[in-house]
Ligand binder design. Structure first.
Ligand SMILES: Nc1nc2c(ncn2[C@@H]2O[C@H](COP(=O)(O)OP(=O)(O)O)[C@@H](O)[C@H]2O)c(=O)[nH]1
Ligand SMILES: [Mg+2]
Length: 382
């Protein structure tokens, strides 16, 4: 009531007249409210124009703000996705197989062409034979291109059936020691940088060990990666004994409470026997310093080297017990079928694939994403 009173008294006199019932009446307040609503609709055009201008400014500011956000996101480094990383393979393997199909009735000719494409894409003899058997038993069901696509996809997926993941799930010890091996130029140091980046992102304390003492540039390259991703590094003089560096690295990691140690190694092939002896010695030294270490011995292979990668892997596996593979430079080849060959011919898990040169461009091998990327309709490069 008091409120009604005040409002009534504050009104101009002509409004009070309109009430008719005087300041005490309840109806007075109600009538004034109604009157005020009417007045808003009757505001002068200038007020409406001002309100419109304010709304317009707010809308423009909102659009600008949203666009700025989108631009900022576009500028951020986009991790190479499976889809763009496998664009070349998609063009050279999947699409060629699909395009070779001439419809029902021409299955045998198609299968012969598929065999050629598979072998030419480094799928390997064992995996090719298995895939052809599967396709032969299914192909009669294909009535159109879409059905063919589904059959091919399911058959390829069957070849990489085992669940494989990156090695992050294997970390139980502290420090968890990973030795990275492979011939020169395959992408070891780069892979170590990317791997360190992954572990740093998940909050782990990482220490890199510059075990490639053969080339001064190798230590410099690893030092740059360590700075870039925020990892510690242990290095010796150029030409030092790699086992001694590995020993110091693991010791330092134990003392400093490091979670992950990644040891870089040399990969000079022209002295193969020596290289294998050296790698064995590194592994032995590490295991003496820490029980159960190294927890992983990862062989990096270059996807662009094709079938040669398979024989490399065999040599390394015989000399030192490998625990898994990293397939680098998968983005640089149309022969991504090498993944299938590695699975079938070696029986070693492909832990990671390199899909570019940036810190983000290392992905745990995921069979589903691999197959999806082979059939993804976008982002083709070749
Ligand atoms: N496109 C592409 N290039 C890579 C990848 N991994 C490594 N490289 C490049 O391969 C070259 C050799 O790599 P590096 O790590 O020095 O090989 P290392 O001798 O085995 O240590 C460098 O130019 C890298 O940038 C990858 O996954 N994709
Ligand atoms: Mg290197």
């Amino acid at each position: 009531m008091v409120l009604e009173d005040r409002r009534f008294r504050a009104l101009p006199s002509e409004w009070q007249d309109l009430n008719g019932q005087g300041p005490e009446g309840l109806g007075a307040g109600r009538r004034v409210e109604k009157r005020m609503v009417v007045e808003i609709w009757q505001l002068p055009p200038a007020v409406w124009a001002a309100a419109g201008a304010v709304l317009l400014i707010v809308a423009v500011a909102l659009v600008w703000f949203l666009r700025r956000g989108r631009r900022a996101r576009a500028r951020a480094p986009v991790p190479a996705t499976w889809s763009s990383g496998l664009a070349k393979t998609r063009g050279g393997l999947t699409r060629r197989i699909l395009e070779a199909w001439r419809g029902p009735g021409a299955e045998e000719a198609w299968l012969a062409e598929v065999e050629e494409i598979l072998l030419g894409s480094d799928v390997g003899v064992v995996a090719t034979r298995e895939l052809l058997d599967e396709l032969r038993s299914q192909i009669k069901k294909a009535e159109n291109a879409e059905m063919l696509r589904q059959i091919l996809k399911a058959s390829l997926r069957g070849l990489v059936d085992d669940a494989q993941t990156g090695s992050e799930d294997l970390v139980h010890a502290k420090p968890h020691v990973i030795v990275v091996v492979g011939v020169n130029g395959v992408g070891k140091t780069t892979t170590i940088g990317k791997l360190a980046h992954r572990y740093r992102k998940s909050g782990k304390k990482v220490l890199l060990v510059a075990g490639d003492t053969f080339r001064a540039a190798a230590t410099e390259q690893l030092t740059l990666w360590a700075e870039r991703v925020g990892a510690d590094i242990v290095k010796h003089q150029h030409g030092a004994d790699p086992s001694a560096v590995a020993f110091d690295g693991v010791k330092a990691a134990q003392a400093r409470g490091v979670d992950i140690v990644i040891v870089d190694t040399a990969g000079r092939l022209h002295v193969k026997a020596n290289l294998m002896q050296e790698l064995k010695k590194i592994v032995r030294t590490i295991s003496r310093q820490m029980d159960g270490a190294p927890h992983e011995v990862l062989l990096v292979i270059d996807a662009t080297t094709g079938q040669n990668a398979l024989s490399q892997a065999r040599v390394f596996h015989e000399a030192i017990r490998l625990t898994g593979l990293v397939l680098a430079k998968l983005d640089g080849t149309a022969k991504g079928g090498i993944v299938l060959a590695l699975r079938k011919d070696l029986g070693l898990p492909v832990r990671y694939v390199g899909l570019g040169e940036g810190a983000e461009d290392l992905a745990p091998f995921d069979p589903d994403q691999f197959i999806e990327a082979l059939f993804s309709p976008t982002g083709d490069a070749a």
